[in-house]
Ligand binder design. Structure first.
Ligand code: NI
Length: 225
């Protein structure tokens, strides 16, 4: 599923990111690309081990840990330290699937969920949509600064060329407790329905209690922790 998570960062946090990143060293984005994606990737990144990436990454991880919408959609087991990229005019990223396994230091992750956190507002650039393909077609995503899109790491996706301005963002992956996007989608739908019913009927309504139990028992059946 594609999940739009609103206001992961406040406007003040976005401004802090922009200010710190403006002073950072930027390198060719192919540093973290696999063999296929390196051929179609054209952007700039802050090196993974740069102190500014670590510091801002910690701020984002803290915000994500408190974000119920992210936790419900990703069911995260491990979250890869966020990286930062920038697409200037003429840059883009052709169709690819993200690497399945990544290392953060000596820790090996399986990438189940891909995330893009927008640090530029849509009126700052033209083009630059994240385009994600699924069984229903292509979905073009361009969000307000501070908002994030979460999508299956198994998806073919690309970033449309920038024709004006620049698009700055943070991107990262999560290993989910539930590997299957289909199962995560079912759990998220059930979770949202239970929350809606609980708001109308109360958390102790017998059917709400029963459905809450079903949610947890499905999660117990499918989760790897
Ligand atoms: Ni990608």
């Amino acid at each position: 599923m594609l999940a739009h998570i609103e206001a992961v960062l406040s406007l003040e946090q976005v401004a802090l990111c922009r200010e710190r990143l403006a002073a950072a060293d930027w390198i060719d984005g192919r540093a973290t690309a696999g063999e296929q994606s390196a051929k179609v990737k054209h952007n700039l990144q802050v090196p993974e081990d740069a102190p500014v990436a670590r510091e801002l990454g910690e701020m984002i991880l803290g915000a994500l840990g408190r974000n119920q919408a992210f936790v419900a959609a990703a069911l995260p087991l491990r979250v890869f330290p966020p990286l930062f990229n920038r697409y200037d005019a003429g840059m883009g990223f052709g169709a690819h699937v993200d690497n399945s396994i990544r290392f953060a230091g000596s820790v090996r992750f399986r990438t189940d969920v891909s995330c893009t956190l927008f640090l530029s507002d849509p009126d700052e650039y033209d083009g630059g949509e994240l385009i994600v393909e699924d069984a229903f077609g292509e979905h073009a995503v361009k969000l307000a600064a501070g908002d994030m899109i979460l999508y299956p790491a198994t998806s073919l996706h690309r970033v449309a060329p920038i024709t004006r301005g620049a698009r700055w963002g943070a991107f990262f992956w999560a290993q989910s407790m539930v590997k299957s996007d289909e199962q995560r989608t079912l759990l998220l739908g059930l979770d949202r329905s239970v929350q809606g019913l609980a708001a109308r009927l109360g958390h102790n309504d017998p059917e709400v209690v029963s459905l809450t139990g079903t949610y947890h028992n499905l999660l117990r059946m499918w989760a790897e922790v």
